[in-house]
Write a protein that binds this ligand. Structure first.
Ligand code: PLP
Length: 382
C-alpha cells in the first residue's frame, strides 16, 4: 500500500514520451520547458531532473525564488525568468546567473546601475508586446531598446520574445496578427544574432509559423490541451493522477444529513465512505455543487455533501469497497478515467488553475514504468 493517505502520482515514462513527442514535432528548434508554478503542480525539482535527461534546452520560471529552488536542487539546465523583473531583487537576480527578461528601458537602466564592473554580461531576452498587453515594450520601441542595451554594455542579448493571447483557438485572427507583427519586427532587425521565440502550447499545437527558434509549451508538455475541444497529438498524454486511500466506512440510515450544512441527505440506507482529501489539497468546494465523481475499482461514485478542508464523503450506494482501498480523483483507474478537464470544468476553472492549486502537502510520487525497446535511466521515487 502507498504509505501516504493521499498523493499525486507522476508517470515518469509518459512525461519522457511527451517531451520526446514535442522534440520530434519542433525539429531542430530549442525547447524551453516552463516549470513555473511547481511545474504546473507536478513537482518542479523532479520534472527538471527528467527534463535534463531528455535534453530540454531551457527551463522557464515565473519568479526568482522558483529559479533559486531549482538551483538548490542541483538543476544544471539554464533557467529563464519570464516576465517583468522585480526591482527589489536585481542584486539577487544578477548573483543567480539565470537568464531573464528585459521588458522595458526602465528595467534595463535599473539593472545596468547594479551590474558590477568587470562581471560577466547578463544573458537577457528582450520582451516585445505583440498584443497580450501584459509585459513587454511596444513594437515600435523595440529597436531603440535593443540599441540602448548594446550601449549599456553589460547585456548579452540572447533572445527576443513575445507571448500569444489566444493561441488555444486554431486560425484565430488576433493570433495570426501577433505572429505577423513578430515576424515583421524580426525582418526589420536584420542584424539580430540572438534567437526569437513566441509559441506557447497553443502555438505549438496550432501555429507552426509561431515556432521560430524556440518554443515554450507548458500545459502541452504536461499532457493537456489548453482548449477542451482540442485533441492531443498521438503520443502525448497526461501523466498526473490524484489518488487516496479510503479512510472510513459507515452505513447511514435514510434521511440523514451528511457533512457541513447537511446539504446531502440519504434517500435510502447508504454505504458512505470518507476520502482524506479536501480543498486544503486543492480539491475545490465547487466540485460538490457540480456533482463531481471519484473512481473506485474503475467505477464512478458521486460526492456526498460539501467538500471539507481535508476530507469529503462519497456514496457507494450498494457497491463494496474497503477502508484502505485506492480511490482515484483525477486520472485513470482500471477501465475508468476522470480527466483533469472534467475536474477543471466542475471546479469552474481551467486545468492550469487546478494543477497550480494542487496542495503542497500532497507528496509527488514519481513512478517509472520501463518502456520496452527504449533506452532509459533507473526509476526513482521522491
Ligand atoms: C506560462 C508561459 C508559457 C507557457 O504557457 P502554456 O499555455 O502553458 O503553454 C510560455 N511563455 C510564457 C512567457 C509564459 O508565461
Amino acid at each position: 500500500m502507498e504509505r501516504y493517505p493521499a498523493w499525486i502520482e507522476i508517470d515518469e515514462s509518459q512525461l519522457r514520451k511527451n517531451l520526446r513527442a514535442i522534440r520530434n514535432r519542433i525539429g531542430k528548434r530549442l525547447f524551453c520547458l516552463p516549470v513555473k508554478g511547481d511545474a504546473y503542480g507536478h513537482g518542479a525539482g523532479a520534472i527538471a531532473r527528467v527534463a535534463g535527461e531528455e535534453g530540454v534546452d531551457l527551463l522557464g520560471v515565473a519568479t526568482l525564488q522558483e529559479a533559486e529552488e531549482l538551483k538548490k536542487e542541483g538543476v544544471k539546465i539554464p533557467i529563464f525568468l519570464f516576465g517583468a523583473i522585480h526591482e527589489g531583487q536585481i542584486d539577487a537576480l544578477l548573483a543567480s546567473g539565470i537568464e531573464f527578461t528585459i521588458s522595458s528601458q526602465y528595467k534595463a537602466e535599473l539593472v545596468a546601475k547594479r551590474v558590477c564592473p568587470g562581471s560577466s554580461k547578463c544573458r537577457v531576452h528582450v520582451e516585445v508586446d505583440t498584443g497580450m498587453q501584459r509585459t513587454g515594450v511596444r513594437p515600435e520601441s523595440l529597436p531603440s531598446l535593443i540599441d540602448r542595451l548594446e550601449q549599456l554594455g553589460c547585456f548579452e542579448q540572447v533572445g527576443i520574445y513575445s507571448h500569444l493571447a489566444s493561441s488555444d483557438v486554431p486560425e484565430d485572427a488576433s493570433t495570426l496578427r501577433q505572429i505577423e507583427c513578430f515576424y515583421n519586427l524580426l525582418e526589420k532587425l536584420r542584424g539580430w544574432k540572438g534567437i526569437a521565440h513566441l509559441a506557447n502550447s497553443g502555438g505549438v499545437l496550432h501555429y507552426p509559423d509561431s515556432w521560430f527558434d524556440m518554443v515554450r509549451p507548458g500545459l502541452l508538455s504536461y499532457g493537456y490541451c489548453p482548449n477542451e475541444n482540442d485533441r492531443l497529438p498521438g503520443e502525448i498524454s497526461p501523466f498526473l493522477s490524484l489518488r487516496a486511500h479510503i479512510s472510513y466506512f459507515k452505513v447511514v440510515e435514510p434521511g440523514e444529513g451528511i457533512g457541513y450544512g447537511h446539504e446531502y441527505t440519504t434517500q435510502e440506507r447508504s454505504r458512505i465512505i470518507t476520502i482524506p482529501v479536501g480543498y486544503g489539497d486543492g480539491y475545490r468546494r465547487a466540485l460538490w455543487d457540480n456533482q463531481a465523481e471519484v473512481l473506485i475499482r474503475g467505477q464512478r461514485f458521486p460526492i456526498a455533501g460539501r467538500i471539507c478542508m481535508d476530507q469529503f464523503m462519497v456514496n457507494l450506494k450498494n457497491s463494496e469497497a474497503y477502508v484502505g482501498e485506492e480511490v482515484t480523483l483525477i486520472g485513470r483507474q482500471g477501465e475508468g478515467e476522470i480527466p483533469l478537464w472534467e475536474i477543471a470544468r466542475k471546479s469552474n476553472t481551467n486545468p492550469y488553475e487546478v494543477l497550480c492549486g494542487l496542495g503542497k502537502r500532497l507528496p509527488r510520487i514519481f513512478r517509472y514504468i520501463p518502456v520496452p525497446l527504449e533506452r532509459h535511466p533507473k526509476s526513482m521515487c521522491i
